[in-house]
Ligand binder design. Structure first.
Ligand code: DX5
Ligand code: ZN
Length: 241
């Protein structure tokens, strides 16, 4: 299994604000800022998923309130219409769902042209194989490890086969993109996700449900680093900013 691990990029830890106190988002961002790489922002439109969360005005306010790069996960219909707006607000990475559009490549090109990284999300019931050929258009591949829509669900280890498949294509194709996992990532699941080939880890409940969210994020980073790297390793630190 060790050949599935990518050890060239620093681990990214991305707390999901979905599990934080929405009345105090700036404070919740500040709590974790020293220990994390991205802030994961779950945008849900009550159509693509049944849940409803937040949209551009809140992302704009968050952007002004924190220096931590924003990782916007759009669980919305019509990403070809809405995704670029998040890039224009200064999101670091904008991920939309493969299931929500017939033309993911055009959306990715538009995101990059607008100045953000482009991410493709694959929900629980979607095979990854059909998207392997378009991975060069993307900077991030988000593999859901639950069904998208709600936080606090149980991690589904069988979905890590998609991570292994994608990691293998990335290695053989010498592609430059991250594999992010989202859903049920916690101290008892992050190592298996890392061993499968993930290098970016979203965690909502495991970080914001902890008494000390920053300490919880650091603990997750250490577990992921150890699982990803068996050779010499610089200590835990925020990766790319
Ligand atoms: C759910 C969201 C996740 C969610 C994860 O659709 O995409 O980002 O916040 O929450 P946990 O870590 O609690 O499973
Ligand atoms: Zn998410």
């Amino acid at each position: 299994m060790s050949d599935a691990k990518n050890t060239t990029q620093p681990t990214v830890i991305a707390p999901s604000l979905l599990a934080s106190d929405f009345a105090h988002l700036a404070d919740e961002a500040a709590k974790v800022a020293p220990e994390v790489d991205w802030l994961h922002v779950d945008v849900m439109d009550n159509h693509f998923v049944p849940n409803l969360t937040l949209g551009p005005p809140v992302v704009k306010a968050l952007k002004a309130a924190t220096d931590v790069p924003l990782d916007c996960h759009l669980m919305i219909e019509e990403p070809e219409r809405w995704a670029v707006g998040y890039a224009e607000l200064g999101a670091h990475n904008v991920t939309f769902h493969a299931e929500a559009t017939d033309d993911p490549v055009t959306v990715a090109k538009n995101l990059r042209a607008a100045g953000s990284k482009a991410g493709l999300a694959i929900d629980r019931d979607t095979p990854v194989e059909r998207y392997l050929d378009i991975l060069p258009e993307f900077d991030t591949l988000l593999i859901m490890t639950i069904k998208a829509g709600f936080g606090g669900q149980k991690f589904m280890p069988e979905l890590l086969d998609k991570v292994r498949t994608a990691r293998s294509r990335i290695e053989t194709g010498h592609l430059d993109l991250r594999i992010e996992v989202d859903g049920g990532i916690a101290s008892d699941t992050i190592e298996q996700a890392a061993e499968a080939g993930a290098d970016a880890f979203v965690a909502g409940t495991a970080i914001y449900g902890a008494e000390d969210p920053a300490a919880a994020a650091l603990a997750l980073r250490r577990l992921a680093d150890t699982a990803r790297k068996t050779d010499t390793q610089e200590g835990a630190r925020p990766g790319e900013r």
